[in-house]
Design a protein. Structure first.
Length: 360
């Protein structure tokens, strides 16, 4: 089988590492798509210095695929249109590397349809979820991945069970990494043991130099990005690092996230700076616990993201397609606390200037 490959510039940026926010869904009070704000969110991520966006993922709400909602196509299309528009307006041209990642879920037939839809709108990679497929064996999941890889280059995705994922073995990731156009893997297991399974499997793979690791562990962002993973493979030491993040946490305060990734890269060789960065990582995790509602098993994670964007003026409200997804009791107070305690980690002034420019 001939597998499609990503654009060279896109793959170079992907392998170097960048900030990829998981794109939220902008809704009106009556739960209709707010097109203006949906497009403005994409514009905000571009202006913030992110290197790409992931659309149709958990943060975009899986319910967009329900036939009665039917919003997967519009959100994929709108993001692609805004990225193309930005390239033309800024004279960057069609070769401007901004990574478009489309979420792909469901049984093989559904995943095929979603992959073809992503290709139609020019998406570079498909973030392939293994969640919700408990009836499939790991061997069947690998075959499903090979099928989708024949349509679009793959961004692997280890989603934590608390929000719909499933546990996957080292052997699964070892086989997955050998698929010819797996270009990256997002690890969002929220678990050190399971994260280690993925990294070790990639290091063992013959394709380890062609697969970029992205943290999706919103509870451990900075430590993931600072840690060199080293294993002895066939008598030689092999090292891999997380080069960037594809994160729901980076759907907010995105300009600050871009600065943080740059700071991490510049401080990797300085011991004191590494210690300072690890300390900042604890602060980031504290902020994430409030936004993602960790104390309530992440029930309010999407409304928590929406609340930050609402405060900044990027969204009108915190509404979700599932009426049961609301901020948990005490979550607002926790968000108030972290915003008050960590002002250096937010980008409120950047967003204010961005919105002012949009009006002008």
């Amino acid at each position: 089988m001939k597998y499609p490959e990503p654009d060279i510039k896109i793959d170079r940026l992907l392998q170097e590492g960048t900030v990829i926010p998981a794109h939220p869904l902008a809704l009106t009070k009556d739960l209709q798509l707010d097109e203006q704000r949906q497009r403005r969110l994409t514009q905000y991520y571009i202006a913030s210095g992110a290197g790409g966006v992931a659309v149709g993922v958990h943060t975009t709400q899986f319910k967009i695929r329900d036939p009665a909602v039917n919003l997967l196509e519009p959100v994929l299309r709108m993001a692609a249109e805004e990225i193309k528009k930005a390239a033309l307006e800024r004279l960057r041209g069609p070769g401007w590397p901004f990574i478009k990642v489309a979420g792909i879920v469901g049984p093989t037939d559904q995943a095929i349809r979603e992959a073809k839809l992503a290709v139609r709108y020019g998406y570079d990679l498909g973030l392939l979820s293994m969640g919700g497929l408990k009836d499939l064996s790991e061997t069947e999941l690998v075959e499903r991945a090979r099928t989708i890889a024949g349509i679009i280059p793959l961004f692997g995705f280890y989603l934590q069970p608390a929000v719909g994922g499933r546990l996957l073995s080292y052997d699964f990731w070892r086989e997955f990494a050998e698929i010819p156009n797996v270009c990256a893997i997002k690890v969002a297991a929220f678990n050190r043991y399971q994260t280690l399974d993925v990294v070790r499997a990639v290091c063992q793979s013959s394709r380890r130099d062609k697969i970029a690791l992205y943290t999706g562990n919103d509870d451990n962002i900075v430590a993931d990005l600072l840690t060199p993973y080293r294993f002895v493979i066939d008598g030689k030491q092999v090292e891999k690092k997380f080069v960037g993040g594809l994160l729901g946490h980076w759907a907010v305060w995105t300009n600050a996230a871009v600065k943080l990734l740059s700071e991490i890269r510049s401080g990797e060789s300085d011991r004191q700076q590494i210690q300072d960065l690890l300390s900042k990582g604890v602060n980031v995790t504290d902020m994430n616990a409030a936004i993602f509602d960790a104390k309530n098993s992440f029930h309010g994670c999407i409304p928590g993201i929406h609340e930050i964007l609402r405060r900044q003026g990027l969204l009108e409200g915190t509404w979700c397609l599932n009426p049961n997804e609301k901020l948990s009791p005490g979550q607002l107070e926790e968000i108030d606390r972290v915003c008050r305690n960590y002002p250096g980690y937010v980008d409120d002034s950047f967003v204010s200037n961005f919105l002012r420019q949009q009006i002008e």
